[in-house]
Every structure is written in structure tokens, then in C-alpha cells.
Design a protein around this ligand. Structure first.
Ligand code: DON
Length: 562
């Protein structure tokens, strides 16, 4: 009897989930779908699709909603990248990466001896890059949107004004980041009417953010880069040691760029070119894997992990050496890096029995945490958007003007901080990514669309700093090569290797002790980590049905379809 009751309860629960399509587990839909780090925002995106908006419209509304509900990374104070493929198969990208302020310089984070002042590039207002998000979303709308701009911003205004119920995840996260001597702004940011930190389950109202969003709603891009918001940003910077001026803000432009494209077997990869390294690196890794006969290499076997790690090691070395802002690096060998010939040459020197050497005498870079956020969207006509944006670390610089209600990024930390100096740990000093006024810092964000026969097949992306590239690459491989469902492709064991530090990072509990032992014997230095990436993906099944999933490491995230 008890067993029957449990089974009935489980099936009722499953039916409820399916009927409400509310974002847990794997979701199926026929008309359209939004997958992102917060189900409230996914629902807003879907409501735009239901009103007849296209994937671009939905991405704009979802991104603004995330700026309210997911402040760890959702933002108007940061930047990112959008990859778009329309229903006719045409594709493009929008680069809204932050820029170094006009007053920035290559030695701005160095002491008198020319040595990096530890942490200075990630802390304080000098770590803030000129924000690009509002310009990028506005450009996307001007070029490819269909519904009125104000209808896309209004849902976020309403959310900020009416308040959202603070989830357990966000409440806990916020508490952690308000600990110790974390900047005052974050303490105030999560305040409830009694002046205390808003608790789990309480309504969290953001009146100042609502007012800023209203100005953006009514004046478009100018509502942020000109007028009272811009003035307050500039005043706040000046009063508190920042260097962003009115000039920086009025000069900021998003850029439409040609996507970088590659192939993997019969699939096409449409991805973000520099200033993100994501597209180049994902394509280079896939090209390397294409050289192998994966039919004979079981998923998650020692041979598989070794090969994937070696593909990553080589790609990250190339990334460190060559990539930066294309407007300042006119001679980057992009065609070479994504060519099959280059992959063949790179593949040929892999030793299948031993780990290669990461010679750190030249380059190295740290892998990062998870606070960036990705959204994958498809609409009823097959228009697809893959968008990743960030304020760099969780809650960015943790600073902002109390009158504006949003958090500034600390993206200047993505530049190479000490020109010419590279160590065995995380510092890279190569030229392409050294700070220059108005330059965009190199990114790893990898919003990607994979197509088959000219139609969207997989829309995927993730946060995670440099691990973004590795997790997106593996999710693609999982779906194409190992024929996994989207949920499985997101959840199964992933690894990361970024050349320097010379460590093979893996997800604890997901790699067998035998494999760990074998890899160690081959010369790899293993490092376990709770999880890697936080993938958000949509797989377009041959039947025309969309299958979506958000990573289980994002408890507030959700795939919502209709
Ligand atoms: O653009 C980048 O590659 C980084 N700023 C992304 C940061 C991220 O994913 C979160 N980790 N710190």
C-alpha cells in the first residue's frame, strides 16, 4: 500500500512537471524554449516568445530579467557576447565586451618596481571596464528585434519594482559574499525595509535598479550611456577612485562581428570570434578530436580523458600566445588556429601513453569560478540565440552607486596585468592582451550554435572562466559523438586542462579511482573539483522537438518551453 502511494505520488509529481514544463530536469517543447540560470527569467523569455517575439526579443527580455533575479552574473554593469542564427540560416554575432577606460594603461596595476600589486586588477573601481551590456542588447534589438524595445525591458522593471522572492540559493550566496569586509554596496544591495540582509523567502525589492531600468526602457541605449545614469556613474567613479568618465560612456559601442566557423564531421560550429577566445578554442579542440577514432575510445575511459586533456593543453597554449582584441591585434593567425591541417600537426605530437609537458617558461593562466551566466533560446521559426554575459567574478567588483542599484564588473582582471611577465601559476604577460585604452580584454566566453544541414542542432554555453571553453567543447562532443541527451551531456563527468597551471582538473565523484590512478601513472597531475561549468543547452531533435536542460549545479535555473 505504502509503495503504491509512493509510486502514485511520484507519477503525479512527474505529470505535474511535464504539464507545467517548469524547468526541472529535461524539458521538451515544440514551439520555443528558453534555458537560463533563473526560471523566473526563463518564463519571462517564454512570455515574449508567446507574444510573437523572436529569439532575439526573448534574449533581451531574459537578459534584463537576469539583471534583476541573478545578480551574481546577470547584469547591466558588465558585458558579453551574443551569437544569432536566423531561420534562413544566416548567422552573426554581437560583441558587447567591456572596454578599458580611456585613462587605463598597461602599468596601472603595477607597483614602482613594475610588479603586479596582488589583487589590484580585480578589486576596487579601477578594476571596472566600461560596461557593454545595454549597448549590446540595444544593438541586437535595433538590428534583429521585432517587438517594441520597451516591452522587452518592462518585465525587468516590474520585477525590480514589485520584488522577487529571494531563493534559498541566492540568499545563501549573498550571505557568503556579504561576509567579512566585503564592500558596503553589496550589504546595502540586499537590504530589506528593516535595513537588514533580505532572508530566504522574503520579498526583495530593488527600487533604484527599477528606476535605472525605466530610463533604459524609455531612452534605449542613451538611458544608460548618456543623461542622469551616465552622470551618476562618472560622479561615483570620480568620488571613489575610479577612472571611467562621461567620455568613456558616450564613446562605448557594441560591435557586430562575423562569427568564427568550423566543422566537426557533418556539423557546423558557429561561435564567437575574438575578443573572445571561446570560438577559436572550441573549434581547435574539436578539430583535434576529429583526428581520433572515437568509436574505439569509450567515454570517460583513461584514453578518452588523456586525449581530451592533451587537446585542451595544446589549445590553451595557443590561446595564451596569440589571442586578444582584434581591433588591436590585426595579425592574429585565426585561420591557421582553426584549420584542420594545424589540428593534424598538433594531434601528431600527442603521446598516447604519457602526459605532455606544459613548459611554463612562457605562458600560464588560472581557471575561474562560475559567475558568468548563459542563455540558450530558440523560437517557433527556428531563430536561435546563444548569449553569455558576465561581470567577471560573483557580483563583479561588489561596488556600485546606491542611486543606480546595479553592480559594476571587475573585468579589467581579464587583461594580462604585467606586460612581459609570465609565470608557472596564473599570470600571462603576452602582448595581445596587455591593457591599452579602449581595448577589450580577452574572454573565454563561448556562446555556440551547432548546425546540421543548415538548421540549429545544439545551442549551448556556460559560465566558468577558462573552464567555459572546456565544458562547452565536451558538451558538444557528448551530444555529437556519444549521442547523449542534452541533460546527460550537461551532467556527465567533465575535465579541464589549460596548459598552465599543469593540472588535469576533474569533477569529484565522477571519475573512477582506477582512471585517476592510471592518469597519474601517465604523468598527469590530478585535481578534483566539485563541478565544472554550469551549462545551459537546447538540442533540436530530428522530430522538430526541442529538448532543453539547465545544469543541476544551478538550482534556480531552468529550461522552460511551450
Ligand atoms: O570573460 C571571461 O572569460 C571571464 N570574465 C568569465 C568569468 C567567469 O566565467 C566567472 N569566473 N570567474
Amino acid at each position: 500500500m505504502a509503495v503504491k502511494t509512493i509510486i502514485k505520488a511520484i507519477s503525479l509529481f512527474v505529470m505535474f512537471m511535464i504539464a507545467h514544463n517548469n524547468g526541472f530536469g529535461q524539458t521538451y517543447a515544440k514551439q520555443g524554449m528558453v534555458v537560463c540560470d533563473n526560471t523566473v527569467a526563463s518564463n519571462i523569455g517564454v512570455s515574449i516568445l508567446k507574444k510573437g517575439g523572436n529569439a532575439i526579443d526573448a534574449s533581451i527580455a531574459t537578459a534584463f530579467a537576469l539583471a534583476v533575479t541573478h545578480p551574481q552574473a546577470g547584469n547591466i554593469g558588465g558585458g558579453g557576447f551574443l551569437v544569432f542564427m536566423d531561420s534562413e540560416g544566416k548567422s552573426t554575432t554581437i560583441d558587447f565586451r567591456e572596454k578599458a577606460p580611456l585613462l587605463a594603461s598597461s602599468d596601472m596595476f603595477l607597483d614602482d618596481e613594475g610588479v603586479l600589486v596582488k589583487g589590484s586588477n580585480h578589486n576596487g573601481l579601477k578594476s571596472v571596464g566600461v560596461p557593454g551590456t545595454v549597448a549590446g542588447l540595444y544593438m541586437a534589438h535595433q538590428k534583429y528585434g521585432t517587438l517594441p524595445w520597451r516591452d522587452l525591458v518592462q518585465p525587468a522593471v516590474q520585477l525590480a519594482k514589485d520584488g522577487v522572492v529571494l531563493s534559498w540559493t541566492l540568499a545563501e550566496h549573498a550571505k557568503k559574499h556579504n561576509a567579512g569586509d566585503y564592500p558596503q554596496f553589496l550589504k546595502d544591495y540586499f537590504k530589506n525595509p528593516k535595513g537588514e540582509l533580505t532572508e530566504f523567502g522574503e520579498l526583495w525589492v530593488q527600487q533604484e535598479l527599477a528606476t535605472t531600468l525605466e530610463l533604459i526602457r524609455d531612452h534605449g541605449k542613451d538611458g544608460f550611456y548618456k543623461g542622469s545614469v551616465a552622470q551618476e556613474i562618472a560622479d561615483f567613479m570620480k568620488a571613489n577612485g575610479g577612472i571611467i568618465t562621461l567620455d568613456d560612456l558616450s564613446k562605448y559601442e557594441a560591435v557586430e562581428r562575423k562569427p568564427i566557423k568550423g566543422t566537426y564531421k557533418e556539423f557546423e560550429i558557429i561561435a564567437m570570434p575574438p575578443p573572445s577566445s571561446g570560438g577559436v578554442a572550441v573549434i581547435e579542440m574539436l578539430n583535434l578530436m576529429e583526428q581520433a577514432n572515437l568509436d574505439s575510445i569509450p567515454f570517460n575511459s583513461t584514453a578518452y580523458v588523456h586525449l581530451v586533456a592533451e587537446a585542451m593543453r595544446r589549445t590553451f597554449a595557443d590561446r595564451a600566445e596569440h589571442l586578444g582584441d582584434p581591433d588591436y591585434n590585426l595579425d592574429m593567425p585565426l585561420d591557421k588556429l582553426i584549420s584542420k591541417d594545424f589540428a593534424k600537426m598538433r594531434y601528431e605530437n600527442i603521446d598516447f601513453n604519457h602526459a605532455s609537458i606544459s613548459d611554463s617558461s612562457k605562458f600560464g593562466q588560472l581557471y575561474d569560478g562560475k559567475n558568468t551566466t548563459h542563455l540558450s533560446i530558440i523560437d517557433k521559426d527556428g531563430n536561435a540565440v546563444s548569449l553569455t554575459y558576465t561581470i567577471e567574478q560573483s557580483y563583479g567588483s561588489g561596488l556600485g552607486s546606491p542611486h543606480l542599484g546595479f553592480i559594476f564588473n571587475n573585468e579589467m582582471g581579464d587583461f594580462n596585468p604585467q606586460p612581459g611577465y609570465t609565470n608557472n601559476g596564473w599570470i600571462i604577460g603576452t602582448d595581445p592582451n596587455v591593457i591599452q585604452p579602449e581595448k577589450r580584454m580577452l574572454s573565454s566566453m563561448s556562446p555556440t550554435i551547432i548546425t546540421k544541414n543548415g538548421r540549429p542542432y545544439l545551442i549551448i554555453g556556460s559560465p566558468g572562466g577558462r573552464t567555459i571553453i572546456s565544458t562547452v567543447f565536451q558538451a558538444i562532443l557528448n551530444v555529437i559523438e556519444y549521442e547523449m541527451s542534452i541533460e546527460k551531456a550537461i551532467e556527465v563527468m567533465k575535465i579541464h586542462h589549460q596548459w598552465m597551471p599543469n593540472e588535469l582538473v576533474f569533477e569529484n565523484d565522477l571519475m573512477s579511482p582506477d582512471t585517476q590512478k592510471a592518469l597519474t601513472q601517465m604523468g598527469h597531475t590530478l585535481k578534483g573539483r566539485e563541478s565544472l561549468g554550469r551549462l545551459m543547452g537546447i538540442l533540436c531533435l530530428p522530430s522538430g522537438v526541442y529538448q532543453g536542460a539547465s545544469d543541476s549545479s544551478s538550482p534556480d535555473g531552468g529550461a522552460v518551453g511551450y
